[in-house]
Design a binder for this molecule. Structure first.
Ligand SMILES: [Zn+2]
Ligand SMILES: [Zn+2]
Length: 296
């Protein structure tokens, strides 16, 4: 396995990046319709804490009406911890990872169960089987526990497993990152959300993370049958182009996701276009993601 103390390169450069920026700013029309498999809502009753309050299911429907030529579908995938825990400052990652006493308090009071019932009800109401799906974004704590009751999984069209724990130790960040990734890969997920965002401070828009790290990420996703997500919320342009090429070579499915937190991000389908174009892989040749449930 690739280790921090073997870190002797800073990855590769996208040498045509500067030329490519010209096209980035000019793009007006989508080349085809896009799905977005990973998106949040911030409206009442706040199943995700981080998005703006105006980002409701109705806002997604409006977007599909306004920009019919852009969108194929949206999956609404709010945060498991925000559903399970009431206070935003406690629910957000880090604060409950090391103390299960907090989630347990909400479980024992019945709050978590009631919230998940509400969440499943909302999902049943919004799901139309074609343009709107209901799923969830989950993560695990330091003991590999997650905050989703067993009965909930069957009610989700799509499950995304994510690492939100940013490794901060300069000497062990690679091992720490892969430890979290391995843990989340044990859950029955369709794909890993933003698979290298937790270590994005070690790359730039023009320089990738060390290729050895990206190759190992691809291998781990491939071995577990996970699709590769191209996530537009915090663009990692150079990393995403590299990952897309490797995933394509291995025949992996690709899930394009806005990971929407603000209505302003609806325009980020352009990021998908740019990453695919820069990869030089014809879009028609990509194996597009289909949720496991929809394959049955
Ligand atoms: Zn996430
Ligand atoms: Zn997300």
């Amino acid at each position: 396995m690739y280790k921090t103390d073997r870190l002797n390169s800073i990855g590769g450069t996208l040498h045509t990046y500067n030329d490519f920026c010209f096209y980035w700013s000019q793009r007006k029309e989508p080349s085809h319709k896009w799905p977005s498999w990973h998106n949040h809502t911030g409206s009442f009753p706040r199943f995700s804490n981080c998005p703006t309050l105006g980002l409701s299911v109705e806002r997604y429907k409006l977007e599909m009406d306004i920009n019919k030529e852009v969108w194929e579908l949206f999956a609404i995938t709010d945060h498991a911890h925000a559903i399970a825990i009431e206070e935003a400052n406690i629910a957000w990652p880090y604060n409950w990872y090391d103390s299960f006493e907090i989630p347990e308090r909400y479980q024992k009071s019945g709050f978590t169960e009631q919230r998940y019932r509400q969440y499943v009800e909302r999902g049943d109401a919004l799901r139309d089987g074609k343009k709107l799906l209901s799923g969830i974004e989950v993560e695990v704590d330091s003991q590999s526990r997650c905050l989703v009751p067993d009965w909930v999984w069957d009610h989700m069209d799509i499950v995304i497993g994510s690492v939100h724990h940013n490794p901060i130790n300069e000497k062990t960040w690679v091992e720490d990152f892969f430890m979290y990734l391995d843990r989340i890969l044990e859950l029955p997920c369709d794909f890993i959300g933003h698979p290298v965002r937790a270590i994005r401070r070690f790359s730039t828009q023009t320089h990738t993370l060390p290729h050895e790290i990206l190759d190992e990420v691809i291998k781990k996703l491939y071995d577990k049958g996970s699709a590769l997500e191209i996530n537009a919320h915090y663009p990692q342009f150079a990393d995403d182009v590299y990952l897309l090429r490797r995933a394509y070579e291995k025949g992996m499915e690709i899930a394009f996701s806005l990971d929407l937190h603000y209505p302003e991000e609806f325009g980020n389908w352009r990021y998908f276009e740019d990453v695919v174009e820069m990869s030089e892989i014809p879009f028609e040749k990509l194996k597009l993601f289909i949720p496991k449930k929809m394959k049955k």
